[in-house]
Design a protein around this ligand. Structure first.
Ligand SMILES: [Mn+2]
Length: 304
């Protein structure tokens, strides 16, 4: 399909390929991590390409007084090279790229891949785990046992066992009828703070997230945000195998990512669990692109 060209309407895909204002205020690195080792086999390895392609159909104007995402210089590092079905093979190359990229940017976005990305993402920060805060925006605990090896259902369990203190983990958006009592107990015992969709309903998604960012900023030097797109209602995220009816809306999640972008503590965010082969009318690829743009929009108000 030939795209209409309008010099007065920059596309987010141009921003991805390096277009920005002459004197950008902020800088964001993007790394594709096409991990694909899910409990239910799928094709999350296709997500980085699908999301980048969908950004041809998104613009850069934020709608906020902060203006336009073209004020953020984005550098796309392409897709990480590793064996996509072997999560541990991502550890060393991701740590190396992440730590060098973090020196050059205000923040880094990891474009998964399935949720297995979160484990090497957190470990790859190169920061002692007792100083790392982790916020998951996710319908699931991701605390399954490690007996069948690493996969998309156990990254948080693996991080606990690697030494990430449970008190440093806040999970927001945990869905009813999508988890088990046993794993809820694992979260409780580990000291993880859990905000189910019931809490989110009562207090609002953005207020709960803002409080989590503030709390972790008091006792951690770095915050990692894991955005599992399946926290959205299934109607808005048909490409996420784990999404269920009753999830949050795209606007709530966009506002949440904007809040994460504003926090100077958030150094890395991941976007995971999109399987483009299950998408309908590119709805999920488009919303994931919007979430990346919302985080970048937040960067423009970072520290304010
Ligand atoms: Mn997840």
């Amino acid at each position: 399909m030939a795209l209409h060209v309008d010099p007065h309407w920059p596309r987010a895909s141009e921003w991805l390929t390096g277009r920005h204002v002459d004197d950008p205020q902020r800088s964001l690195g993007l790394i594709g991590v096409p991990m694909n080792k899910s409990i239910t086999p799928g094709h999350c390895d296709q997500a980085p390409a699908a999301v980048r392609a969908a950004m041809q159909r998104l613009g850069t104007w934020t709608g906020h007084p902060s203006g336009d995402v073209l004020d953020v210089a984005l550098k796309d590092y392409g897709d990480l090279k590793f064996a996509y079905d072997d999560p541990e093979s991502a550890d060393a190359p991701l740590a190396e790229l992440l730590q060098s990229a973090m020196l050059n940017h205000d923040a880094i976005a990891l474009l998964g891949g399935d949720n297995g990305v979160t484990r090497p993402g957190v470990l790859g920060l190169g920061v002692p785990l007792e100083d790392v805060g982790l916020i998951t925006l996710d319908a699931h605990f991701d605390l399954r046992t490690l007996e069948n090896g690493l996969h998309n259902g156990n990254p948080i369990r693996a991080l606990l066992e690697s030494g990430l203190p449970g008190q440093n983990i806040i999970q927001i958006g945990i869905a009813p009828f999508a988890n088990s009592s046993d794993y809820a107990e694992v979260a409780k015992t580990a000291g993880i703070r859990v905000h189910t969709l019931h809490t989110v309903e009562d207090m609002g998604f953005v207020p709960v997230l803002t409080a989590a960012l503030f709390e972790l900023s008091l006792r951690c030097s770095v915050i990692y945000v894991d955005c599992d797109v399946d926290v959205l209602d299934r109607a808005f995220a048909p490409a996420c195998p784990g999404a269920r009816p009753g999830g949050i809306t795209p606007r709530e999640l966009q506002q949440g990512l904007y809040a994460c972008g504003r926090s100077t503590f958030v150094k890395v965010v991941d976007f995971v669990e999109v399987d483009p082969t299950k998408d309908i009318n590119d709805a999920t690829a488009l919303v994931t692109g919007q979430l990346l743009l919302s985080f970048a929009a937040g960067l423009l108000r970072r520290g304010t």
